[in-house]
Design a protein around this ligand. Sequence first.
Ligand SMILES: [Zn+2]
Length: 341
Amino acid sequence: MARKNWYKNFSKGINRHYLKYVTDSRAKFLTERISLSVQINNAYIQYVENLERYLKAHSLKVDQQLKIFLKSEQKKLAEALAANFQTALEHIIELGIAPSKQVFLDAVKAVTGEILGEANVIEFLTKKGTLRAETIKDFYVKVNKEALDFYKSKTEINLSKALWEAAKDTNTVVIGIIKNSAKAGMDSFKTSKLLKDYIVHGGTAQGPLIRKLKEGGIKKYYVPKDVKFEALRLVRTETSLAFAEGVYQGGQATPFYKGINWVLSASHDMVDECDDLAAQGFFPDGEEPIPPHPQCLCAQVPVYESPEEASSNLKDWLKNPASQPDIEDWFNKQFLPNIGG
Ligand SMILES: [Zn+2]
């Protein structure tokens, strides 16, 4: 799908007043996703630089001392990966929630600006007093925390375990390479240089390493293309899940939210479950599907009442709560329990 058509498709369900909120939120999410990949790469660079220093100070052999060293580096790598994920996912969930918060603040601003003359209605005063911008921001901070807890309860154990495994697998590959390099008659300096190129660049960078091993008589030795692959795959999968979670939880906490439009990713080329979701298009509040496969980059575009509708409904509710049972229900069950405390 061409970029231009994709954006047309992405933005077609969004009221033009909200377009910037939704577009910004997705653009920032994609930036955050890329910067997490960069941080993950950096964590591996740190790992291999420590390894390089160790190897240059020791003769090339797999002994107890190397194993102890690698074990501690594995722990450092896994912890660095987990910390990077934690920070990025928190931020990404917040980005998913942001448009809903903005839509709600807009409606409140429109109404409080307009309705001030009717301040004699006691009930209105009470609610208006509660619905101040600062209180609403506090409310969304709570929403953000809840969304994060919810996301974590579903994935955290698996994620930290998966990152631990990724670091462990890296060590296994490194031990294999060191063992075989020693057998092939290479020294610490040569090996650490090849190892570094291989780990940092991945992809085709295992070529020179394999060639050197072959020259030394190690013919059949398998080296994975990129030891970072699993961690980077987790970046693509988990960031998408977290962002969708933020969009859904932010929407569900907002009275003017209707649901989401499922828009296929611009780089979607194989037919899969996502095509069915895109064919249905709209999913109402509470029935939003989670991204159905790893690395899914489909967009979940939140749909809201127009600013006119939202502020008019809010105004009606402030005058007479029974006239807007959905907002009244939201106010009592979601908003009030989550503020001031
Ligand atoms: Zn998809």
